[in-house]
Design a protein around this ligand. Structure first.
Ligand code: ADP
Length: 540
């Protein structure tokens, strides 16, 4: 059976410290003797071979108060396989009433339940058990993710699920290390701060990294002792429900994590505007982030953290080793089908190496292995849905119409599913739409620059400020760029390194606040100042 063959093909050891690009960087596909397509036509032919995902869909209901339940309306919505557009499953569709039920459960679990009251060490042990269970079911979770999202199974199984496990363990480690301070005040007072959980956290996540986004949000919220209502993206509801089942198995009390599948303007808006939610964390587009912020402000003024869009520069300096720079720039933009908020989607290349860089980038894109994401060796699967697929094709057409030179790709791939040819444009100018707007697809825009000060100004001339890549061997150049770029992450001679301990977030319209690392804990804590008079000032 095809599914069994895939399972054995994909059996593997988990990298101890995976980065999102560690797969591509080491080119494991080649060493495993798997084909790459030399032409887009060869790739399209391979798309016609369907492979069944090696897993069943069981969990399609909402998780509320420790139980899997139907939506109050009884309504469901289909979730689709991006390889074909076929229905995978019908999932319970959460709406306002379901969010209300989930918030009541989370409220009760916070106000009266054991989770915020148990010792931090107990919480830590439950989080560690969650991580163990996720690790045990790594491959099923990864298969669900690939099936629902279209990303290569190899990446889901070797990078994304292990990173979820790592995040849970990282924040389990924080649970019993969160504490306040004793403050030396001016006067006869004993002053201390208590760091308390904020309460019920609403969390709204996108479809590009459903599991990572779940981990970035649940990990710190739970470590601090909060309870949660999480809404998954309507395109990718399945993997979170599986993880939800494992959280219960690990001993998480009922109501601590509630998962509501559903749509943004209904379930998402109900979370952002709920009067009984104490904090909201959102990852998604900048436009929707603004709506969430407004809803939070119009309701109970709950604090909001936002992780939004980007148009990240990847700067290749004149001293670069061109072959290495081409490979890294390629991965920076094409990884995850180009569906990364921090994708290095503006490739700035110094004029001295520009022509060679363009030629080699074109060759690399043509060689990119596109096809069924369940096949080993595939680097790029389909885009997540028809809406994204059509939007990317519109951007490609705009690049051609605006006069950029199409070097590779430029169209859909095959006639079934949402596959797009890896596309490379050269001669891209700053004012072109493809250089300004977030495409969220496999489209590389290569721009030419002459000197460092010029590229700094151009890289910063964006409403976004999420990330940047810098490729240089010159320490002074690296130092100048890392300080001058107005972005939340600078990767020097690397890209997409996402360690659990390293903060991530945006400047400007790329967001508010930071996730991961110690920084994320502050998003889920209140600080209470407690002042006690010292009746005898001599005790000071
Ligand atoms: P994209 O355009 O990439 O799909 P969105 O920002 O629209 O990204 O979606 C990210 C998440 O935000 C999803 O879970 C989606 O359902 C949710 N969402 C969309 N619209 C709203 C809204 N008006 N209020 C709250 N959440 C929303």
């Amino acid at each position: 059976m095809a599914s069994r063959r895939i399972s054995s093909l994909l059996s593997r050891s988990i990298a101890s410290s995976p980065s999102l690009l560690s797969l591509g960087g080491k080119s494991p596909h080649v060493s495993r003797g798997v084909h790459r397509y030399s032409t887009a036509a060869a790739a399209a032919a391979a798309l016609e071979v369907p492979i069944s995902p090696p897993v069943k869909v069981e969990l399609t209901q909402l998780l509320i108060d420790g139980k899997f339940v139907d939506s109050a309306s009884g309504k469901t919505f289909p979730t689709l396989d991006p390889r074909t557009g076929d229905v995978i499953a019908h999932v319970a569709e959460g709406d306002v009433e379901d969010v209300n039920r989930a918030v009541s459960a989370a409220r009760m679990a916070f106000d009266e339940g054991p989770w915020p009251r148990m010792t931090a060490y107990e919480r830590s042990k439950i989080l560690l058990r969650c991580a163990d269970l996720v690790e045990k079911h790594n491959d099923e979770i990864a298969a669900l993710e690939t099936w629902d999202n279209g990303k290569p199974y190899d990446q889901a199984a070797k990078v994304e699920v292990p990173m979820l496990t790592r995040l849970f363990r990282y924040y389990a480690g924080w649970a019993d290390k969160i504490h306040g301070l004793t403050v030396p005040a001016d006067g006869p007072h004993h002053v201390q701060t208590l760091h308390e959980p904020i309460g019920v956290a609403g969390q709204i996540i996108p479809w590009n990294f459903p599991l990572l986004m779940l981990a970035w949000k649940l990990g710190p919220a739970l470590a601090c002792g909060n309870t949660v209502v999480l809404k998954t993206a309507e395109q990718t509801p399945l993997s979170a429900l599986y993880v939800g089942k494992l959280l219960l198995e690990a001993g998480l009390p009922p109501g601590v994590v509630n998962i509501v599948s559903g749509f943004g303007p209904t379930a998402g808006a109900a979370i952002a505007s709920h009067m009984d939610i104490d904090k909201v964390a959102f990852t998604g587009s900048t436009g929707t982030g603004k709506v969430v912020l407004q809803l939070a402000a119009k309701s109970n003024l709950k604090p909001v953290t936002l992780e939004l869009g980007g148009k990240s520069p990847f700067i290749v300096c004149e001293d670069a080793d061109v072959d290495k720079a081409v490979e890294l720039a390629h991965l920076a933009v094409f990884f995850n089908q180009g569906q990364c908020c921090c994708a290095g989607s503006r490739t700035f290349v110094h004029e001295r190496v520009y022509d060679e860089f363009v030629e080699k980038s074109k060759a690399r894109a043509i060689k990119r292995a596109v096809g069924d994401p369940f096949k080993a060796g595939i680097e790029q699967g389909p885009q997540v849905d028809s809406e994204q697929f059509k939007k990317i094709l519109r951007y490609i057409r705009s690049g051609i119409e605006n006069g950029a030179t199409l070097q590779a790709g430029g169209d859909q791939l095959g006639s079934k599913g949402y596959y797009i040819q890896p596309t490379v444009f050269s001669d891209v100018k700053d004012e072109m739409v493809i250089a300004k707007e977030e495409i969220f697809g496999p489209v590389q825009s290569i721009l030419k620059f002459k000197d460092l000060e010029e590229v700094i100004a151009r890289a910063n001339k964006s409403c976004y400020g999420l990330a940047a890549g810098v490729f240089t061997q010159n320490l002074d150049t690296a130092n100048r760029l890392m300080r001058a770029l107005r972005v939340g992450s600078v990767w020097i001679n690397c890209f997409d390194v996402f360690d659990a301990a390293v903060p991530f977030g945006g400047y400007k319209m790329s967001g508010i606040g930071r996730e991961k690392g110690i920084y994320s804990l502050n998003n889920y804590l209140q600080v209470k100042a407690v002042v006690t008079p010292l009746t005898n000032p001599a005790w000071l």
